[in-house]
Structure formats: C-alpha cells, structure tokens
Design a protein around this ligand. Structure first.
Ligand code: FES
Length: 124
C-alpha cells in the first residue's frame, strides 16, 4: 500500500504574521516535502487545514490498512521535510505502519500528535 504524506498548506506558525511574508509556512513545508520525496515511492499531496492549526505546521502520514499518524509543530525547514520523508519511508516499509522508535529521525521526535488504527475491513 502506498504511503501518502498530506501536508497542510495553509498552516501558519505563531510568528508568521510578524515575518510579513506572503507564503504560508505550510506551503513552504509542502514544497520542501515534495522536493524531499521526489524519486521515492511515497506520494505527497496538499490540503487546506487538518484542523490542527494551533500546532502548525501539520502533516498526516497514511496508508490503507496501516496505522496512520498526524504530526505537527514543524517549522517549514528542509531538516523537518527530510525527517518527515525519511520517517514516511519507514512507514511505507513497515507491514503495520509502526516504525521502531530507534529508527526515527531526530526531526520528527516530539512531533507526533495523533495515531489512528486502520479501519476494519468490510466483513469484520
Ligand atoms: S491551517 Fe493547517 S491545520 Fe489548520
């Protein structure tokens, strides 16, 4: 099953207004995640609001039949994007979506917000 990274492109970090930039932090992070995921087996898409605005920037990592996660409190940096993509790669390689903590990139530690168990099959 393909692992998707969904990046909220409307997220704004607390200091966004003070920085007086046009581009949202979420859009900046999305660009960096898209660049980092190029050439991998991961898919990236954007959405407007994952309802975690208070802890921007937010992303979701999902695949059918696997544990799915939301992560937040990211700055739109290359380091964050690379960590998200590296972790999503481990998610893709995992049968269940669970990724051993010892393999987590530093950039994602402390950024997990929710974990969702996979939906049951139609006949369960
Ligand atoms: S704007 Fe990104 S979660 Fe709401």
């Amino acid at each position: 099953m393909t692992t998707w990274i969904t990046v909220c492109d409307t997220c704004k970090c607390d200091d966004w207004a003070a920085r007086e930039v046009d581009e949202t932090d979420g859009a900046m992070l999305a660009e960096r995640v898209e660049a980092a995921a190029r050439g991998t087996n991961l898919r990236v898409r954007r959405t407007s609001c994952l309802m975690g605005c208070d802890h921007s920037c937010n992303v979701a990592v999902q695949a059918a039949g696997k544990l799915c996660y939301t992560l937040g409190r990211f700055q739109p940096t290359e380091e964050a994007a690379n960590g998200i993509v590296e972790w999503a790669g481990y998610h893709a390689a995992s049968e269940t979506g669970q990724v051993p903590y010892r393999t987590w990139p530093v950039a994602v530690k402390g950024h997990f917000v929710t974990r969702h168990p996979p939906l049951p099959g139609e006949d369960e």
